[in-house]
Ligand binder design. Structure first.
Ligand SMILES: *Cc1c(COP(=O)(O)O)cnc(C)c1O
Length: 387
């Protein structure tokens, strides 16, 4: 029998979350963001469930090729654009739309020979200071692009640094919406601003135009990533359940040993956890080499949450490379003695019906769900939930 760790992708939840994002997006079209191999789920595993999206956004050219190999004929957007001039040949051949965020990318386009003009997303650095033209340079970039025969259509785009909450006491998108609108007001073309957080948090404004940011946010394309994968973009302010999102990945394993630990003894490397009283500890076939965060804390009060037989308990001691330890107390109190072979859910959905949001595990480990989903290791086998 193979080692019992397993990642399960839930297509029904992906479909549900896409519908949820679409509902929040109002009239805008929805990019399904599938970068980083669909946030660790596997592009081929999510493709069928997400093909109702209006397009797929990613940044790796090899991933774009994989989507075309799946026979996706619709839009594909390269979120970081081209990295070198010859990438444009692939854009022409596979009909990829691409972001233009710096001057050289325009130079390359101007020198590119193509029969089919390209659709580009011109990116403004409206305050995040990662990618894009500064507001004062945006119009000149647009004018240059617009004059090129290689360019068919220009969509105006920006990306938010603080869409998940407040910044200096105001909604975090506002400082950038203001900069974006000021610098692009009279330029023609479609707009794309919102990620998952902005789409969900401003859903009402998108539909009704009833807040300061609404007219700008109610743009033509939203770029939904993490919401499709069932996590709250603004956890812990909101949970996935608050947003009506369902988990799309379950990381599960089994107990492979049960230890009786007398009071005063310790568990695991570094002896960081001491049993306050006699206790039973379950050893789980999952460790940091599977992608589980080594920094997830073990302990009675703030141990990272885990489900055993669908009952919530917590880590004890340090996560090791291939194993971790859990307190079986709450589980045995609810369901009787545990044995090797019992189901353990590190995040996602238990066969017993309970859900452990990946957001809560990430929070306990001092990170975000994105990182955990993307980090599931190569050695973990995947299956697609037939339900
Ligand atoms: C990753 C990414 C998104 C999606 O962000 P989520 O927070 O996952 O919704 C949107 N736009 C750009 C430019 C991105 O890089």
């Amino acid at each position: 029998m193979p080692r019992p760790i397993l990642a399960t992708v839930h297509p029904a939840a992906l479909r549900h979350n896409l519908a949820r994002a679409r509902q929040a997006a109002g009239d805008a079209q929805v990019w399904a963001v599938v970068k980083a191999n669909a946030y660790g789920h596997g592009i081929e595993r999510v493709f069928d469930a997400l093909r109702a999206a209006d397009g797929f956004a990613l940044l790796d050219l090899a991933e774009a090729e994989r989507l075309r190999a799946l026979d996706w004929r619709g839009p594909i957007l390269l979120l970081e654009g081209t990295f070198e001039p010859r990438d444009l040949e692939l854009c022409s051949r596979l009909n990829l739309w691409h972001v233009v965020h710096r001057e050289e990318q325009i130079d390359w386009l101007a020198a590119h020979k193509t029969h089919q003009p390209h659709r580009v997303f011109l990116k403004m650095n409206s305050g995040m200071n990662r990618l894009g033209f500064r507001p004062e340079a945006f119009r000149a970039a647009w004018t240059r692009l617009n004059a090129l025969p290689q360019v068919e259509e220009i969509t105006l785009m920006t990306h938010f640094s603080d869409a998940d909450g407040l910044r200096q006491g105001r909604e975090g998108v506002l400082y950038q919406v203001e900069a974006f609108v000021r610098a692009s007001r009279d330029l023609p073309g479609e707009r794309s601003l919102c990620n998952s957080a902005a789409t969900l948090r401003h859903a009402l404004a998108l539909r009704l135009g009833d807040d300061d940011a609404a007219p700008a946010l109610a743009a033509d394309w939203v770029r939904a990533g993490i919401a499709l994968y069932g996590s709250a973009p603004d956890h812990p302010a909101h949970s996935a359940a608050d947003w009506g999102l369902q988990p799309t990945m379950t990381l599960s394993s089994e107990l492979i040993a049960v230890q009786h630990v007398p009071a005063g003894e310790t568990v695991g490397y570094g002896s960081t956890y001491t049993a306050a009283q006699d206790m039973r500890v379950g050893i789980v076939a999952c460790g940091y080499a599977d992608g589980y965060p080594r920094h997830a804390p073990g302990g009675q009060t703030h141990g990272a949450p885990v489900l055993v037989r669908g009952v919530r308990t917590r880590l004890v001691g340090r996560v090791s490379m291939d194993m971790l330890a859990v307190d079986l107390g709450p589980v045995e109190a609810a369901t009787g003695p545990c044995r090797p072979g019992d189901e353990v859910v590190l995040w996602g959905r238990s066969a017993h019906g309970t859900v452990l949001p990946v957001d809560e595990v990430a929070h306990a480990a001092g990170t975000i769900s994105y990182e955990l989903l993307c980090a599931v290791a190569q050695r973990v086998p995947f299956q697609i939930d037939p339900a």
